[in-house]
Design a protein around this ligand. Structure first.
Ligand SMILES: C[S@@+](CC[C@H](N)C(=O)[O-])C[C@H]1O[C@@H](n2cnc3c(N)ncnc32)[C@H](O)[C@@H]1O
Length: 240
C-alpha cells in the first residue's frame, strides 16, 4: 500500500510537471489540486500570470498575502478538508505570512506562517474583525470566494484600504456568478471596473460613498484578463 501511494505521488508530480509548461507556480497548483493551474477542473491557468507578477517578491521576508476562499466543491458536497491554494502559496513564498479567509471552518490547518479566519466575505463586520485581528498593509489580496458581485464589491470596499501602496488586489472568475446568491439589483463587478477604466469612477450600490471614493482615488492600474489570455476573466488592480 505504502509503495503504491509513493508511486502515485511520483506520478502526480510527473504529470503536474508535464502540464506546467515550465512555470513553477503552475506546477505547485497542479500538485496541490488547485484549479488555478492547468490540471484540475476548471484549469483556470491564472498561475501563469501570477508567476510573472509575483516572482520578484517570492523571497520577501515581510510579504503579507491574503486569499479569500480556500477550498473547492462545497456545493458539490466535497469534504472541506484541504486548503489547496494556501499550500501552494506557502511553498511558492517560503518566508511570507499567508492569511486565509473563508466562511467554512479550516481551523484544522495549522502552520506557523498561516493564519485562517472564519467569516463571510459579504459581511462588513466580519471583514473589519479580520483586519482588527490581523492588521493591514497586505501586499496581495486575492478574492476567490463566492464570486457573487455584491460579495466581491463588499470585500473590495472593506479590504482595499488595507492593501499596501503598490500592492495587488485580484478578483478571480469575474465571468461566473452563482445564480442562487447573485442579487438581481447587482451590477457585475467586471462592468464597474470597466466603467472605472473609462471615467475613473468606481460606483457600487453596496458601498458607501466614502468606500467608492477611496477605491476610485486609489487605483493605479486596473488590468482585465480574459479568454484572449487563455483565462477565465480576472481583474488585477494595482494600488497607487
Ligand atoms: C472557488 S473556492 C476556492 C478555491 C481555492 N482558492 C483554490 O484555488 O483551490 C471558493 C471558496 O469560497 C468559500 N466561500 C464561498 N462563499 C463565501 C463567503 N460568502 N464568504 C467567505 N467564503 C466563501 C467557500 O467556502 C470555498 O471554500
Amino acid at each position: 500500500m505504502k509503495y503504491l501511494l509513493k508511486k502515485m505521488k511520483y506520478l502526480l508530480k510527473l504529470v503536474s510537471l508535464l502540464f506546467s509548461r515550465g512555470n513553477y507556480l503552475t506546477y505547485l497548483a497542479n500538485i496541490f489540486f488547485s484549479d488555478k493551474g492547468t490540471l484540475w477542473p476548471n484549469r483556470h491557468n491564472y498561475t501563469k500570470h501570477y508567476h510573472s507578477l509575483f516572482k520578484k517578491n517570492r523571497y520577501n521576508k515581510n510579504l503579507k498575502f491574503l486569499e479569500i476562499g480556500l477550498c473547492r466543491g462545497l456545493d458539490e458536497g466535497w469534504a472541506q478538508n484541504d486548503v489547496p491554494s494556501i499550500r501552494m502559496w506557502l511553498n511558492y513564498f517560503p518566508h511570507a505570512k499567508i492569511y486565509g479567509y473563508d466562511y467554512s471552518d479550516f481551523s484544522f490547518f495549522k502552520h506557523e506562517r498561516v493564519s485562517i479566519f472564519q467569516g463571510d466575505q459579504g459581511n462588513k463586520k466580519h471583514l473589519n474583525d479580520f483586519i482588527n485581528i490581523n492588521g493591514g498593509e497586505f501586499d496581495v489580496i486575492i478574492d476567490d470566494a463566492s464570486h457573487a458581485s455584491h460579495h466581491q464589491q463588499i470585500s473590495l470596499g472593506s479590504l482595499f484600504p488595507y492593501l499596501k501602496k503598490g500592492g495587488y488586489y485580484i478578483i478571480e472568475d469575474l465571468d461566473w456568478q452563482p445564480s442562487e446568491i447573485e442579487k438581481k439589483e447587482a451590477i457585475l463587478t467586471e462592468k464597474l471596473l470597466l466603467s472605472y477604466s473609462e471615467n475613473k469612477n468606481f460606483n457600487s450600490p453596496f458601498l458607501t460613498n466614502d468606500e467608492n471614493d477611496y477605491i476610485s482615488y486609489n487605483i493605479d492600474q486596473c488590468k482585465m484578463l480574459d479568454k484572449k489570455n487563455q483565462l477565465f476573466k480576472l481583474a488585477i488592480i494595482k494600488k497607487k
